[in-house]
Design a protein around this ligand. Structure first.
Ligand SMILES: Nc1nc2c(ncn2[C@@H]2O[C@H](COP(=O)(O)OP(=O)(O)OP(=O)(O)O)[C@@H](O)[C@H]2O)c(=O)[nH]1
Ligand SMILES: [Mg+2]
Length: 240
């Protein structure tokens, strides 16, 4: 609970048996956390079994993709504050409090992984990913300068918190299947005039498993294209 609000952690997972138990334990032992929902997105390994054994509620999503998995988790969660994170150990529960504190002032609180002092050595946030995210974030700032003049430095950070009422407002506009879901949530929040605040979070190296969105320059290029396409499409579509 945070200030009387129930806190749900949502963890999309695709074959993350090496790290999922540690991630669930890390969050479930955090006093603020009321439930951890792990989304089994067609895992062919022991992710679901290990997540449940560690104390998570496991839901399944058969449509493959990061966006599908997160939407299934958001739909299944009971909390008043919905917090998204990853199954690969790249975000830690000790940063949760920072996100929660800013939910007092904002509808959605985003983590940013581009504060270099907080990126662990070996984490997948090198020069291109860092500046690619900062550039996309600055484009987003300019495109939605009015009404709130947002200040962003990352568009792809999964670790974020959103009030349930805010999520219910943006929910009808969320349709991205893959990594575009991450900027799509931000764009939809802006389209609804919601206040979005960003805070630096520690970003760690994957503890195991395999990266698919950002492993190598081709994957990064594909992910970036999907994200930019989503951002411009959202800006051009009529206001809700
Ligand atoms: N790529 C991918 N990830 C999924 C899918 N379903 C769930 N996920 C989870 O979504 C999260 C983000 O995926 P990652 O592969 O870590 O993407 P990333 O964080 O950009 O890349 P890394 O540098 O490897 O951390 C992880 O917790 C995945 O397990 C899916 O269909 N595809
Ligand atoms: Mg990851």
């Amino acid at each position: 609970m945070y200030r009387g609000l129930k806190v749900s952690i949502i963890v999309p997972a695709y074959n993350e048996e090496e790290t999922i138990a540690e991630v669930v334990r890390d969050f479930i032992t955090e006093p603020r956390v009321d439930e951890v929902v792990v989304v089994d997105n067609n895992c062919r390994d022991r992710t679901a079994e290990l997540a449940a054994a560690a104390g998570a509620r496991v839901v399944t999503e058969s449509e493959a993709g990061y966006g599908f998995a997160l939407r299934a988790g958001l739909a299944a969660a009971d909390g008043d504050l919905l917090v998204l994170t990853e199954a690969d150990g790249s975000f830690r529960a000790h940063d949760l409090e920072k996100l929660l504190v800013y939910t007092d002032a904002a509808a959605m609180v985003l983590g940013t992984r581009t504060t270099r002092q907080m990126v662990e050595q070996g984490a997948n946030m090198g020069f291109i990913l860092r500046w690619g995210n900062v550039t996309a974030a600055k484009i987003l700032e300019l495109l939605w300068y009015v009404p709130h003049e947002p200040r962003l430095t990352d568009v792809g950070c999964t670790f974020r918190a959103i009030h349930r009422e805010a999520y219910e407002r943006i929910r009808p506009g969320l349709s991205e299947r893959g990594p575009g879901f991450s900027p799509e949530m931000i764009c939809e929040a802006f389209r609804h005039g919601l206040r979005v605040i960003e805070v630096p979070v520690s970003y760690h190296a994957r503890r195991g498993g395999r990266s698919s969105h950002s492993a190598g320059i081709r994957a990064v290029g594909r992910t970036a294209l999907k994200m930019f396409a989503c951002i411009f499409r959202k800006r051009l579509s009529p206001r809700p």
